[in-house]
Design a protein around this ligand. Structure first.
Ligand code: S3P
Length: 190
């Protein structure tokens, strides 16, 4: 089920006492992080949080507006601050934006504060999903989505490798992905 699961003890992942249990979903745009996070939250009775949503609340404007008016660096600064804040809690399922993994500090923070799972998908699946009805605008995919996805995938080829587990979502429903994540958890559910 799980394509990769490093043999790390949960206690190690959270600094020894096991009290900071969170699940953090990373992955490229269109891998289904937000949907899966909500399903996981239902299954575990934990809280689902989405860094993109928290950024919009904190900044008081949409992500496309932040990119357009303030630029990507300002967006990334928001992202780092929000990530740190949401990881301050426990029993949270945190869906991160696709680029949250780009800063080393963010990656370290995620690994320290929870169980990091990367959701993956093949290029065709990603293009289909990000082009689907009901998908909000993504500034980094503006223009030709197919071309943008291909370029960014290349740039981010190894960006998600730091995760402790990886689940390919291409041929799985969100419920099946959630189940695969649950099966790979290194701790008892309660
Ligand atoms: C981004 C992904 C988006 C959002 C922003 C930048 C990225 O989130 O954070 O548009 O750099 O990959 P999703 O992965 O939820 O689409």
């Amino acid at each position: 089920m799980i394509e990769k699961a490093q043999n790390k003890e949960w206690g190690t992942a959270v600094g020894g006492n096991g009290s900071n249990r969170n699940i953090i979903l990373v992955g490229f745009m269109g891998t289904g992080k937000s949907t899966v996070s909500r399903l996981l939250a239902e299954r575990l009775g934990w809280e689902a949080l989405d860094t993109d949503e928290e950024i919009e609340k904190a900044a008081g404007k949409s992500i496309p507006d932040i990119f357009a008016e303030d630029g990507e660096t300002v967006f990334r600064d928001w992202e780092s601050r929000v990530l740190k804040a949401v990881l301050g809690g426990e029993r949270r399922i945190v869906a991160t934006g696709g680029g949250a993994v780009l800063r080393e500090d963010n990656r370290r923070e995620m690994l320290e504060r929870g169980w990091v799972v990367a959701l993956t998908a093949d290029r065709e699946t990603l293009v289909r999903r990000v082009s689907g009805a009901g998908e909000g605008p993504r500034p980094l995919l503006a223009g030709d989505a197919e071309e943008r996805v291909a370029k960014l995938l290349e740039t981010r080829r190894h960006a998600y490798d730091f995760a402790r587990a990886m689940v390919d979502t291409s041929k799985r429903s969100p419920a099946e992905v959630a189940e695969a994540v649950l099966q790979g958890l290194p701790f008892e559910r309660d």
